[in-house]
Design a binder for this molecule. Structure first.
Ligand SMILES: CCC[C@@H](/C=C/S(=O)(=O)c1ccccc1)NC(=O)[C@H](Cc1ccccc1)NC(=O)N1CCC(N2CCOCC2)CC1
Length: 220
């Protein structure tokens, strides 16, 4: 795999979105992955509806949490995913008003990646952005740079936030010239958070459980 890679340079990542006061991070992680898979396969980048998942995915809990793997399954069962514009985001649990004739994409399966960051980087360059679960402890105070919290401050076993890895790179520290491999992770807390809405986290030692629940949808 190359030293660095960034899917944002390949037109398969939509602008950073904002989930507002709703625990729907899992839906944004899901749509981000499906947007990427669809764009890579069909050369068409659609911004997809998180609200449809919040309202209609009965295997998850809307604003009270969910899992991308459940959501991939729900998209297939529902019959597809509508565009953001056709089923806009309101940031609260609503009555499902899914309109199958408006569904632009669908999913026919998913994969779980091995908990191995070298394999994840290889998979990413070949296949696209990866949905992940992560422990969000270090995000509350993140203002930029490569985040590398101590393990006891960011338990890799307790994942509580869904995000999307869109790329990776290596940062060389100013004085000691130490190399810090990192993941580029898309968040759903708006563009004012972190680095224009993105989070860079240390890559290579399972920081905050970044390798524990890496998945992707498969699209037809
Ligand atoms: C209350 C839900 C919070 C929400 C994210 C909200 S958030 O606003 O982004 C945030 C996160 C951290 C700090 C502050 C704010 N978190 C989730 O949805 C996380 C995301 C996640 C966790 C682990 C792996 C991948 C993705 N998931 C979860 O919270 N859950 C997983 C699904 C579970 N359901 C129980 C009933 O049966 C169906 C499954 C409910 C709990």
């Amino acid at each position: 795999a190359p030293v660095s890679f960034d899917w944002r340079q390949h037109g398969v990542v939509t602008p950073v979105k904002n989930q507002g006061m709703c625990g729907s991070c899992w839906a944004f992680s899901t749509t981000g992955n499906v947007e990427g898979q669809w764009a890579i396969k069909h050369k068409q980048l659609y911004s997809l509806s998180e609200q449809e998942l919040v309202d209609c995915d009965a295997t998850d809990d809307g604003c009270n949490g969910g899992l991308p793997e459940n959501a991939y399954e729900a998209i297939s069962k529902l019959g597809g995913l509508e565009l953001e514009d056709d089923y806009p985001y309101d940031g609260e649990d609503e009555q499902c008003h899914f309109n199958r004739s408006l569904a632009k994409v669908t999913v026919n399966g998913s994969v779980e990646l091995p908990a191995n960051e070298v394999a994840m980087a290889k998979w990413l360059t070949k296949n696209g952005p990866i949905s992940i679960g992560i422990n969000a402890n270090a995000l509350q105070f993140y203002v930029g740079g490569v985040s590398h919290p101590l393990k006891f401050l960011c338990n890799p076993e307790s994942l509580d936030h869904g995000m999307l890895i869109v790329g990776y790179g290596v940062h060389t520290t100013k004085y000691l010239h130490r190399k810090q491999p990192f993941w580029i992770v898309k968040n759903s807390w708006g563009e004012d958070w972190g680095e224009q809405g993105y989070y860079r986290v240390y890559r290579g030692d399972g920081t905050c459980g970044v390798d524990q629940m890496a998945t992707s949808a498969i699209v037809p």
